[in-house]
Design a protein around this ligand. Structure first.
Ligand code: NAD
Length: 294
């Protein structure tokens, strides 16, 4: 039986690990937070004393951690202890440079590796419908694809080392900018006496159509499943949107790309977060733009 070590059993990691258990894998898990280990145990994950113990004998190692520094420190600890030719999959959202460093650590120990960040949030993690954006060699991807399947709705091989992270931050830069654009249009419509539904009916079938409008509408009513109908509870928290926009701006700077709207979106989300809305859904930025409480 294939054994998978799962390190980082938080809001995303725990439901992802649960889907691997359901698919019949032996999952050996570790997290620094005892309360997350209790949840994982209930899902059938075998709890290990530390990350090194979790990777011993594992065929595949999956990490789902907060940021690049956590991934690199865990990789440094575990890479030399892993089974030769084990596959390392990092699904955390991290900067491209750290992702490439993580691949280099794995290569130094003759391990296969892919970066495979996800979109779809905790709902997608629970339903097993995440989109995985993968970067790494063809061999590593071929080995990773069947492992990712029980957690995935869609798996895209984006290119070489770091390409998954690059795709993720480019996508989320579009999302942050488009949400602000849609929110601004609703705020202007209100001032012009145009109803939310009328703007939605026109824009959702016109050239203003986009995901932020038709799937995740930032005002209550037109799309009943959007967080606006639920007090802007996440969903996708504003803190995570800010994290991804900052990553996009770091990447733009180091690659020499000009992204003025990405920079503006990062600033607006920084202000929204600083006003105490880090835990609110990112579509709540409409209340900030309107000057009303989220
Ligand atoms: P989380 O904070 O709930 O989980 C991260 C877990 O990592 C925590 O339980 C923490 O204790 C653990 N951890 C940190 N350092 C560790 C170490 N050295 N060893 C073992 N465990 C360690 O965060 P999350 O929401 O699960 O997000 C995880 C990653 O997925 C992040 O990179 C995030 O940006 C990304 N992501 C999150 C979402 C979302 O909607 N939550 C969506 C897409 C991507």
């Amino acid at each position: 039986m294939t054994t998978i070590a799962f390190i980082g059993l938080g809001n995303m990691g725990n439901p992802m690990a649960a889907n691997l258990v359901k698919a019949g894998y032996a999952v050996h898990g570790f997290d620094l937070l005892p309360e997350n280990l209790v949840i994982a145990k209930d899902h059938g994950v075998v709890i290990m004393a530390n990350a090194v113990a979790a990777v011993k004998g594992a065929d595949v190692v999956i990490t789902m951690l907060p940021a690049g520094k956590h991934v690199l420190s865990v990789y440094e600890d575990i890479a030399s202890k892993a089974k030769k030719s084990a596959l390392f999959i990092d699904s955390s959202t991290i900067d491209v440079e750290s992702a490439r460093k993580a691949h280099a650590i794995a290569a130094r120990h003759e391990l296969l590796s892919i970066d495979a960040p996800v979109s779809g949030g905790t709902g997608g993690a629970t339903a097993g419908t995440l989109t995985f954006m993968a970067g790494g060699s063809k061999d590593a991807f071929a080995k990773a694809e069947p492992i990712l399947k029980p957690m995935a709705g869609r798996i895209v091989h984006c290119g070489d080392d770091g390409a998954g992270q690059a795709a993720k931050i480019c996508n989320n830069m579009i999302l942050g900018i488009s949400m602000i654009g849609v929110a601004e249009a609703f705020v202007l419509a209100e001032k012009l006496g145009l109803s939310h539904q009328a703007l939605f009916d026109v824009a959702s079938t016109s050239s203003g159509q986009c995901w932020s409008l038709t799937t995740y509408c930032p005002v209550p009513g037109p799309v009943p499943t959007s967080p606006a109908n639920n007090g802007y509870r996440p969903g996708f928290a504003a803190a995570l949107m800010l994290k991804d926009l900052k990553l996009s701006q770091e990447a733009a700077q180091s690659a020499g790309a000009v992204t003025p709207l990405g920079a503006e979106a990062a600033q607006l989300y920084a202000l929204f977060n600083a006003q105490g809305h880090a835990g609110a859904d990112f579509s709540g930025i409409i209340n900030f733009l309107r000057g009303t409480p989220a």
